[in-house]
Design a protein around this ligand. Structure first.
Ligand code: DP6
Length: 358
């Protein structure tokens, strides 16, 4: 294991109370992580686009232990949130071996999302990566041991333990997670930045159409678990490996058509896997299918490079480069928006990665 991932052996002197904060974005996987084993080890490599405006801001207030209060406290939108707090405490307990200094401290986290809680957007990538960034930032403040590159690798490594997709959120633009022969330095342990890509991809918009803001009936964790006994698992993992490898090249050569084909095949595949699991289920709704159909018809009629992706939910992500924004915006307003719940569409785009706040 990389030396910087394990704790410093330097003794730590007294720690004064302090505060630090990070804003961390969500991401949309173009090649999807679906299936895992062991301690959050992905069954296949994934490659995502980092978003900009869908983010979580987390403030961490720390002080020496001993007040008698709970040692780890978690507030969401200024309120103590027991269900989320349990998840955060469980996550921090699980990574304590990497941060032994935590035992001497009390940690109080305050998070809020830029997007409404009820928007039906999965927030674990942004929230968990923002918490991981705060923990590694605290370690950096105490020990000053990381280069920039090591800092984000460790943040990604830690974020992975909380939620797989979160480990890709710590980089700008595009990130790959999971060992792939075609992606140099890729590993199951953390995500890496895909630094070389045609500039057209940095202009990509992602309009997220909220078809339903209801909480998902089946969580991603249950979906991953159903892959263990899935009859198509092996061919799926082979397909994802090939797609990750190819997408890594496509990002560099600017082939918009292949980008879109991979994005749509991946989206349809994970939903097909859900339908063909045992027990089978679907998260797609009638309006989801109408939207996917309309995107394909619009693309065929206009020849414009507009594509869709889907997370593990019913809300399509419509992906297109900035140079066709005017035509696509008109199409979305007239054809797509009426199919969104309360007309809600979150307009986001390829983003610059996390930001440390003062
Ligand atoms: C369909 O990262 O939410 O969005 O590791 O159990 O927290 P856990 O799962 P999670 O799964 C994301 C699944 C996905 C595809 C992806 O983001 O790659």
């Amino acid at each position: 294991m990389n030396e910087f991932l394990i704790p410093s052996s330097q003794p730590l002197g007294p720690v004064k109370a302090g505060h630090l904060a990070w804003r961390s974005p969500s991401n949309i996987a173009i090649v999807k992580y679906w299936g895992k084993f062991g301690r959050q080890i992905p069954a296949n490599p994934s490659l995502s686009m980092t978003l900009e405006d869908s983010f979580t801001e987390t403030h961490l207030f720390y002080k020496p232990a001993g007040s008698g209060e709970d040692p780890i406290r978690y507030f969401f939108n200024n309120e103590r949130s027991p269900s989320f707090e349990d998840r955060v405490v469980h996550f921090i307990e699980g990574v304590r071996e990497y941060f032994p200094f935590i035992e001497k401290l009390e940690l109080e986290f305050h998070s809020k999302n830029s997007f409404p809680h009820s928007a039906g957007l999965a927030s674990s990538a942004s929230s968990m990566s923002s918490i991981a960034l705060c923990l590694v930032s605290l370690e950096q403040d105490l020990y000053k041991r990381f280069s920039d590159k090591q800092f984000f690798l460790k943040a990604s490594f830690i974020a992975r333990m909380a939620s797989g997709s979160a480990c890709r959120s710590v980089y700008p633009c595009f990130a790959a997670w999971g060992r792939s022969d075609g992606i140099p330095d890729s590993t199951d342990a953390y995500a890496i930045a895909c630094e070389r890509f045609d500039p057209v991809f940095a202009t990509f918009h992602d309009d997220i159409v909220i078809v339903s803001s209801d909480e998902k009936a089946i969580s991603s964790s249950s979906g991953h678990a159903l892959m263990n006994e899935h009859p198509f698992a092996e061919s799926r993992y082979a397909q994802a490996k090939a797609n990750a490898r190819e997408l890594f090249q496509v990002l560099k050569n600017g082939d918009l058509k292949r980008f879109g084909e991979i994005a749509e095949t991946e989206a349809m595949t994970i939903h097909a896997l859900m339908m063909s699991s045992s027990p089978g289920y679907t998260l797609l709704l009638p309006n989801t299918l109408s939207i996917l159909h309309k995107v394909r018809v619009f693309r065929k009629e206009t020849g414009l490079p507009v594509y869709f992706s889907l997370d593990a939910g019913p809300n399509p992500h419509i992906l297109y480069p900035a140079h066709i924004k005017d035509s696509v915006s008109a199409f979305i307003r007239t054809d797509i928006q009426p199919l969104a719940e309360n007309g809600v569409i979150i307009h986001d785009h390829c983003g610059m990665g996390p930001v440390q706040l003062q």
